[in-house]
Design a protein around this ligand. Sequence first.
Ligand code: FES
Length: 572
Amino acid sequence: MSELRSQGWYGGNDRNSYIHRAWMRRGLPDDAFDGTKPHIAIANTASDLTPCNMHLNEVSEYVQKGIWEAGGIPLNLPVVSPGETQVKPTAMLWRNMAAMAIEEMLRANPIDGVVLLGGCDKTIPALLMAAASVDIPAIVVPGGPMLTGTFKGQPLGCGTDVWRLSEEVRSGELSNQEFIKSQSSMIRSKGHCNTMGTASTMAVIAETLGMTIPGFAGTPAADARLLSLSHETGRQIVEMIAADRRPSQIMIRESFINAITAVAAVGGSSNSVVHLLAIAGRLGIDLTLEDFDRTGRDVPLLANLAPSGEFLMEDLFRAGGLLALLAQIPERFSSLPITVTGRPLTDYLPGNEVFDKKVIMSPADPLMQNAGIAVLRGNLAPNGAIIKPSAATPELLTHRGPALVFESIEDLHARIDDPDLEVTQDTVLILRGCGPKGYPGMPEVGNMPLPKKILEQGVRDMVRISDGRMSGTAYGTIVLHVSPEAAAGGPLALVQTGDIIVLDVPNRSLNIEISEAELSARKPSAVSAAAYATPVRGWAKIYVDHVQGADTGADLDFLIGASGDKVSRESH
Ligand code: FES
């Protein structure tokens, strides 16, 4: 084993190494600092304000046991934790801030490796972006989904059923009293959302990128096996440090292609696109929107999980888990990339049995053919837009209809239930000002509610287009991440109510039916421009000044790439 990085603090007999050792003794024996024992941070996103990650302090105890047992020294490192349901204006605004803060703390401290404890939507992306930019040995513990709650005897998918039940209230099928009553059943146990939303998708991504112990993703938070796998992860990071196995060796281009394939096979969240692009950007990997379309295009959807299907994450685990699902299509995964164990993911696929074929379907009879995220281009989205066909209404994937434009989410909320709103089920709802710069932070508002008068007609889906994102738990024929966004001068800012919009997902196009000359002669409306955020200080100012488009991952321009693990100067 080469000299441990932490010896840059603890090695030697001078005044500075004395200071580093003395303050960290905390009852540790002399040999804790002699270069024989790796010091390992546990980057922990546990927070009472990130309820999906609240249990990670307990998980950390099991990681620590594994680290001690294998001869390492665990160090708890609480890190920034954006809780999806709580922080305003959107957790995505804080993803890059969390990634930057975590990166700097990993680099600045005397650690040889890191265990990344995440769960809720933005926490695993931020942890992986940070680890990629520091590039010290790193391994992910995915916090696991919650158990299935029920309401009136029916399972509740968190997120997905909030959207469904709230639309039932607006259409008059459910009383508001009943809706509120379901609230106490929605979150049954510790863990993250139990649908194939963004958190579940990011766990799948962490595993298929090679960054977890294979077979970990999808283990329910309340299952004792989450703790034993956490214990095993503690041992594994010690072995990784001895082998000097770093994120840049694990997350290579083929790992990203494996992850994109897996996301298509499980019907994963559209948010996976911005997160995978951002992680790849930290590693200098040339990943583009076209990689998503090309890779996912003919992948069958094998997971019958909400929001695309019927079941929930606990059912996937019962049915054999992620490895059993991936083992249905082993030929689609590259054996080139290694995982945290040093062996490829493909080594772990054989022998995984499917125990419930209604949950994990066969490639011969999948829930849907060609399930990957589709990338659209055209005069409405020159840099691209995305749609998740598995969550859409098949008949709407080819559609032509008049635009109804909303300048902001506030404008939409103010007008959507107006009985005089001029709208039919063929109307295309457009929401702008919701991109990374415009909001700021690119919130999950793309799954805009349908007009009440349309819901009352029994219609449950319409074509919706925005430069924002949508929750991974949401569904509908929804075009997202339109780039460039309206606030960055994209043509979305020029659409007027009544313009004809043509969506053609099979041919991957999204256009406004007006001439180039007319489009370029138009100016954004004054109301629209006024709706974009113009922060004057703090993180929001840095963010708006430096954030990149959704088509490249919405990272900050100066955070793309890596700075490695070297520190510049001594501290005393
Ligand atoms: Fe945390 Fe859904 S709100 S995972």
